[in-house]
Design a protein around this ligand. Sequence first.
Ligand SMILES: [Zn+2]
Length: 188
Amino acid sequence: MAGLYFKYGTMNSSKSANLLMIKHNYEEQNFTVKLLKPSTDTREKETIIHSRVGLSAPCTLINDDSDLTELCKDYKIVMVDEAQFLSEKLVDELYEISYEKVVMCFGLMTDFKRNLFPGSKRLIELCDSLQEIKSVCSCGRRAVVNARFKDGKLVLDGAQVEIGAEDKYRALCKYCYHDLLVERLKEE
Ligand SMILES: [Zn+2]
């Protein structure tokens, strides 16, 4: 059914695998699917979406200069990976497209400081359907925080997106995150 869908999850919650499996299902039923991904590098136009379970597919990189209506005109279904990096403008355009087509966005809800990404915020404001892709912390509870680590230590501050940074991320439940945070603040 046409509409704007936002499926969010933490790091490593198999969002890309989910996306690629749904794409496969649609194509088996002869629906045409366009894959998009927001890009900060305007020179690149195409890339591949990979998932850890071995699936992959080519996708078109988009930015504020992209003509989404033109890119999507021959497709019934539009799917977006890394949707947290969409600009408000791109989400607004996807919303317009969603009157006619299924537009399914996959991404993170919040950053390592538990603040919304601008793209995710706009998606929450406009989407017809909001669904969590659940994942678990190493303790077995539901993972909700995308904790950032540098040299093995929890990162407390910094930019929302660090291009090219060597930082590692772990999806944690709020209890494990709290314990690490308390430990880390003692060191400060
Ligand atoms: Zn935990």
